[in-house]
Design a protein around this ligand. Structure first.
Ligand SMILES: *Cc1c(COP(=O)(O)O)cnc(C)c1O
Length: 367
């Protein structure tokens, strides 16, 4: 591919010396299980997210599961989530034995639709997980209003939205806890698997810290059945190095999105990403929409321009969720989006020239 969807090699070149220095120090000390980088990263991540606590765990999926577990979500409980998300959101719910209730999304932002949530809230609803999809924050206040004083937890899936803001508040501190992923492709990414949970509540923070090490409070003393889900010390070292650049990298993503938006404005049969006036989007993905998606994808392919579809099969139509009984037609906005979305190259080091070439190819394909 002449223009990749994401270029991690370029990013590595910028931080290479710092990474090897940090690895050298960590490996020399052999303090590799919840060591000093882990502790420091947790503090820095809590600062970045404007929360009291951050707990590093082994992945974003684990972050969701441990957070729901700490909130005592389990069998018999219903958890409302959008279907238009990566499967992990729903997986975490199902792994705890709870029942996901999948709802449709807002056609503009593709984030959870509060009107749909209102319809599905019931006596068994124990949690709602809005997903800040593609890097755009979900309408958290509207969901919180629906919850009112009911015993329902508001959990953010912030795996795609490091640094996004909602009405001047950082994503991660908008509800009863948030799950972040540092998977390779995310705005802040490790060189392997890693994730984090942000919370304000001291008790939850404690519980999650125990859950990630087999439910132990002291060595070989287990108060509950937990998980093996520590954040890896070397990954924490990488994350600290990258975190120092994250704000700059997110700014670059926003500039690239603005250039895409200018170049692609006013083209027929083409929908562009929306940023609500109350939102700060961090463009984890720059995803366009067109009913002629497959044609455009083929044209990009021919030009050596990488692209992807996030996500072609909505969760409610995945085979793994068949037992839940959803059918085609049950979530029409989600299904139409799945047929139309196309993610274009997006990474901080992308050049104006590359963006212009991608846009030219898109415009030509739709012309
Ligand atoms: C990446 C992602 C996850 C899962 O994170 P992992 O670190 O891959 O386990 C969960 N939810 C969403 C929306 C994601 O994009």
């Amino acid at each position: 591919m002449t223009i990749p969807l994401i270029d991690l090699q370029l990013q590595f070149r910028e931080i290479r010396d710092e990474v090897f220095e940090a690895f050298e120090a960590s490996l020399s000390s052999m303090h590799l299980a919840l060591g000093p980088n882990c502790e420091a990263f947790e503090e820095e991540w809590a600062d970045f997210c404007e929360t009291r606590h951050a707990v590093g765990v082994a992945s974003g999926t684990d972050a969701l599961q441990l957070l729901l577990h700490a909130h005592e979500i389990g069998p018999g409980d219903e958890v409302i989530t959008p279907s238009f998300t990566f499967i992990a959101t729903i997986e975490a719910v199902m792994l705890l034995g709870a029942t996901p209730v999948l709802v449709d999304v807002d056609p503009e932002t593709l984030c959870i639709d509060p009107a749909q949530v209102a319809e599905k809230i019931g006596s068994r609803t124990r949690a709602i997980i809005p997903v800040h999809i593609y890097g755009h924050p979900a309408p958290m206040d509207e969901i919180a209003e629906l919850i009112d004083d009911r015993d329902i937890r508001l959990i953010e899936d912030a795996a795609q939205a490091h640094g996004a803001r909602y009405r001047d508040r950082a994503v991660g501190g908008l509800g009863d806890g948030a799950a972040f992923s540092f998977y390779l492709s995310k705005n802040l990414s490790a060189y392997g698997e890693a994730g984090a949970i942000t919370v304000d509540d001291d008790g939850l923070n404690e519980t999650i810290r125990h859950l990630r090490v087999h439910g132990s409070t002291e060595r070989y003393q287990h108060e509950m059945i937990g998980y093996n889900s520590r954040i890896d010390e070397l990954q924490a070292a990488v994350l600290r190095i990258k975190l120092r650049r994250l704000a700059t990298w997110n700014d670059a993503r926003r500039e690239h999105a603005a250039r895409y938006n200018r170049n692609l404005a006013g083209i027929e049969e083409l929908g562009l990403p929306v940023e609500k006036p109350w939102a700060r989007h961090v463009y984890h993905l720059y995803t366009i929409r067109t009913p002629r998606r497959d044609e455009v994808a083929a044209a990009l392919e021919q030009q050596g321009i990488d692209h992807a579809v996030h996500y072609r099969i909505p969760c409610h139509l995945q085979k793994a969720l068949e037992p839940l009984g959803y059918e085609r037609g049950s979530l029409p906005v989600t299904e139409q989006a799945a047929d139309e979305v196309l993610s274009l190259p997006m990474f901080p080091e992308l050049t104006d020239d590359q963006i212009d070439r991608v846009c030219e190819a898109v415009i030509k394909a739709l012309g």
